[in-house]
Write a protein that binds this ligand. Sequence first.
Ligand SMILES: Cc1cc2nc3c(=O)[nH]c(=O)nc-3n(C[C@H](O)[C@H](O)[C@H](O)COP(=O)(O)O)c2cc1C
Length: 319
Amino acid sequence: MFAVAPMLDWTDRHCRYFLRLLSRRATLYSEMVTTGALIHGDAQRHLAFNDTEHPLVLQLGGSVPQEMAQCARMAQDWGYDEVNINVGCPSDRVQNNMIGACLMAHPERVAECVDAMRQAVDIPVTVKHRIGINGRDSYQALVDFVGMVAEAGCEHFIVHARIAILEGLSPKENRHVPPLRYEVVQQLKQEYPHLQMTLNGGIKTLDECEKHLHTFEGVMLGREVYSNPWLLSEVDQRLYQDSSLAPTSRSEVMLKLRAYIESQVAQGVKVTHITRHILGIAQGFPGARRFRQLLSADIHRHENQLAVFDQAIEVLQGR
Ligand SMILES: Cc1cc2nc3c(=O)[nH]c(=O)nc-3n(C[C@H](O)[C@H](O)[C@H](O)COP(=O)(O)O)c2cc1C
């Protein structure tokens, strides 16, 4: 199983629509949405998606069992295929609310959330977490965390293979400063062979994915997919032996996206809210710099933004 990671501000519905044009099979995750935002905010804005986005997972940030159950039910009612708990985000803002990686120190609370959510819904409830946090980074603590959460009924763990340092590092630094330790996740998988485990962190190529899929049920890629989305165009064939979608060219994908942009613009969405996610599709392609220039700078200066988008397509067509 191949998944694109949940990424706040990046994997919104427009980004996911675009990514889905490149792979029919990859599992897509929402950005993290907090229970507060769903219960007290504009749920429709956070939950709406396009039918093509399946298989689609809603990632929740929260730790109050009844609220998590309520939000899991919303996810199920809206048609999400799975609901995932964020136990990996190290941001200060979320720590104050007992959301994210700080929950690694409270496995019993995560287990209570899983239990309440499973009672509320039929879709799978999964957990994305780190291999530890500062002050609680022993292998035994990790084994205990997974054991307790699994006992509550979680059968699939997505493991970002580095610890989170909850004081002194920014969320961005927390994605590259603590070293990657795939061997710890391998050991964890051996400990719990009956649990599904997806490896996350620092994976950049499909060769690496193929290798890891000998050990793990899944791989999850975040930043590499966002900066080089064309990588997805080979996922179905190489990892699922499915060539039914297989886009043949970048411009073909852009033409399909154009139709989507038009329909979204008709509903009041700004062109640039969609195009901001596609700057990487020309990576490594002749004209990549011109393409980026058009969609990151020129488009903001023009009234007819679709015309600039069309120029970007022409770059990909080699014109
Ligand atoms: C911009 C950005 C936003 C992120 N937001 C989330 C999030 O909302 N929830 C989450 O669990 N992880 C989040 N992450 C972490 C990723 O899901 C992933 O665990 C991390 O980037 C490591 O994978 P990678 O090396 O393949 O990018 C975010 C990462 C980035 C770069």
